[in-house]
Structures are given as C-alpha cells and as structure tokens.
Write a protein that binds this ligand. Structure first.
Ligand code: IPM
Ligand code: MN
Length: 379
C-alpha cells in the first residue's frame, strides 16, 4: 500500500533543520469527524491513543474537528458543505466516528455525508481487514486466530452505490423500480490493481480471490473477470481464484483459512464485510479505511452510532481505536503502527471480557486508558 504524508510539503524545511542538527518530528493534520451517538465517545479514545503514540514516537498530530452529522443537520440543515469538503482535502487523513441519528430519516445522512465523502474525495477503495485477535471469541466452531486473517478490498465509489435508476409509474399498480449498477473500466481496473499490489505487499499467502456473480450478473461480473484476467498477468507471484459471492459466504464460515485477499464490488463488499466483522468478534472490533491512494483517506469503525448507548461510558471503543491504528499504518509510520498494534492486541488478550457494549468488564474510557498504558510501556 502506498503511504501518503505531509512529508513532501515539509521536506525542504526538514532537511534544513537536519543540516543544523535539529531533529524535527513529523507532522500530520488529521480531520476528526466525531459524528453522532457514541461516535464522539469512541473517537475520543482513539485520539487519546494517538496522543500517547505521538509522545512515544515523536510524531505530531494536529487534530481539527468537524461537527458533521445528525445534530448539525437538525440545527442548521447542513450536511457536507463544499467548503468543508475542500478543507478535508487539505488534511493528511480523516478520522470518523459514526454517522446516524434517530431523529433523521434513514438514508439522508448516509447518502449526503458518508457516501458523498466517498465519492467527492474519490475514496475508491474500502479496505477491511478481517482478523481474529487472540483472546477474542468467534462464533465459528473450532476456528482461531490462525484461521481468520484476511483482507477485503471493496470497490467504494461505483456499482450499486452509484445511485443510478428510477421509478416508472410510481405509486401505481404498474410501478417499475430500476436500480442500476455502474461499473467503469477505469474504476474496476484501479480497484483490481490495488488488490494485487496489496496482496503482494502483504506477503502472506499471496492469494487473491475475485468475488462476483458471473452466473447471473452477465455484464458487471463479466467486466470484472476480464479486467482481473488481464491485470493478473503482471502479478505472476500472486495465486488467483474466483468465487461466486453466495458460495464465498459459505466458505467464509466453513473454511476462512483459505482467504488472503478478496477483491469485490461495492455492494458485495458491503455484505461480505459484515459477515467478516462477525467472525472476527463483531462490530466492536471491525474497522476500515476508505482509501484514495493519491489523496486524503478516511478511517472509521465499521459499526454505527449506537444511539441508545450514548453518554453511558459502555460502548466499546476498540473498533475506533483499530481504525486509528490503520490510519497510522497508512500514513507510513510503521514503527508507531507496530507499537499501536501491540497495545490493541494486549488489551484484547489480557483484559476485555466481551466486545459487546456494557460487557467489556471496563468502561469506554478505561479501555482507552489500557491501550495508552500498553503504548507507553512497550519495550
Ligand atoms: C458501510 C455502511 C454504509 C455502506 C452505509 C451506512 C451507507 O454499511 O460502511 O459498510 O453501505 O457502505
Ligand atoms: Mn456496511
């Protein structure tokens, strides 16, 4: 995975300082969108961990908060204004809590904040690791951390999410509803290439699975298969196979150890990563990155805003903390990312009883404190 940081912008200044013998720590501008419900609580714990890490590793994070979400929409009627989008583009990464408010009709915030951000910032990859950490329960019988460790590369800007379609004779007995899947050659190819690159760099089983539905989706899956066949030629070191999405769901349960990297369309990726989340312990731990390899990327826990737990200090912040870890890794801070990963693993293995809200054996803030403790004490 290519990393991006503010280094290029500060390089000249830094080399001057290096010459003078002054070491300067790296500086990252992070846009923070705490969002709705429990979003602010979990993001606060992620930031706490990032601050501990910055002390420990000599990094500098500058956080800038954006109050996007249901609250702001209800008060001001704004969702994701153009000037905010421009500001977001100027940051090194975006850290998002959760979007979703019980008093806002479902669909509005999702489409006009989350999906709009994905489209407008061209976050064309949704990277979702499915990793079972030691000490975490999986509902899969006889499967452990050695069996569940793969990565889903979900296309994130096209397919069924493009929003094409329409009604005909709406509200009548003759009504027709059409929902179109848009797959561009460019969009498919950049996603497939990213998956091959990631699989190669990950350097584990070096196996890439294309997930589609060639037996029914004779246009969409056909394009994906042709592109996959073509791009594959440049990666002879990566073993490839194909699975229909329905069969792949079965295999994720029966035989998850076969997977290394899976690449798929936006909607299939959405569905299989919820299945992935549950086999890795649930939404309390599942995190993802919305990536634009050439621009600003966004990192988020996969779960929603869980409004009923708001303000109770019971929500599990580990998914948001794991999203922060992915962000550090993506920014290219490998040593810091490794320390962060160590701390997450230690807390899961040594402390947390259950990943469910209210059943962790600790409060939200205490879980964050534990992560900080391990970041500080790592040898
Ligand atoms: C996800 C979510 C979103 C999606 C929703 C909230 C629009 O389910 O990030 O997986 O479908 O992409
Ligand atoms: Mn989803």
């Amino acid at each position: 995975m290519e990393s991006r940081s503010s280094r290029s912008r500060t390089e000249a200044g830094e080399s001057e300082k290096v010459k003078k013998g002054i070491t300067m720590s790296k500086h990252y501008k992070i846009a923070v969108i705490p969002g709705d419900g429990t979003g602010p609580e979990v993001v606060a714990e992620g930031i706490k961990a990032l601050k501990a890490l910055s002390k420990r590793c000599g990094l500098q994070f500058e956080f800038e908060e954006f109050p996007l979400g249901g609250e702001q929409y209800l008060k001001k009627g704004t969702l994701l204004p153009e000037d905010v989008l421009e500001e977001l583009k100027g940051t090194d990464a975006i850290y998002l809590g959760a979007i979703g408010h019980p008093e806002v009709k479902p669909g509005i915030l999702e489409r006009d904040i989350l999906l709009k951000m994905r489209f407008a910032l061209d976050l064309y990859i949704n990277l979702r690791p499915v990793v079972l950490y030691p000490g975490v329960d999986t509902p899969l019988k006889n499967k452990g951390p050695e069996d569940i460790d793969f990565l889903v590369v979900r296309e994130n800007t096209e397919g069924m999410y493009a929003g094409g379609g329409g009604f005909f004779k709406k509200g009548t007995a003759d009504e027709v509803a059409i929902q179109e899947s848009v797959n561009t050659r460019k969009g498919v190819e950049r996603c497939v290439r990213f998956a091959f690159e990631t699989c190669r760099k990950r350097n584990k089983k070096k196996r890439l699975t294309l997930c589609g539905k060639t037996n029914v989706l004779i246009y969409e899956s056909d394009l994906w298969s042709r592109v996959f066949e073509e791009v594959r030629k440049s990666y002879p070191d990566v073993e490839t196979n194909y699975q229909h999405v329905d069969a792949l769901c079965m295999w994720m349960i029966k035989n998850p150890e076969q997977f290394d990297v899976i690449v798929t369309t936006n909607l299939f990726g959405d569905i299989i990563t919820d299945l992935g989340a549950i086999i890795q312990g649930g939404l309390g731990i599942a995190a993802g990155g919305n990536i634009n390899p050439e621009g600003t990327s966004m990192f988020e826990p996969m779960g929603g805003s869980a409004p009923k737990y708001t303000g109770l200090n019971v929500i599990n912040p580990m998914a948001a903390i794991a999203a922060a870890q992915m962000m550090v890794d993506y920014l290219g801070e490998k040593e810091a990312a490794e320390i962060f990963q160590f701390a997450i693993k230690a807390v899961l293995k040594n402390h947390i009883k259950s990943l469910e809200a209210g059943k962790m054996g600790y409060g939200t803030k205490e879980v964050g404190d534990l992560v900080v403790k391990y970041i500080e004490s790592r040898e």
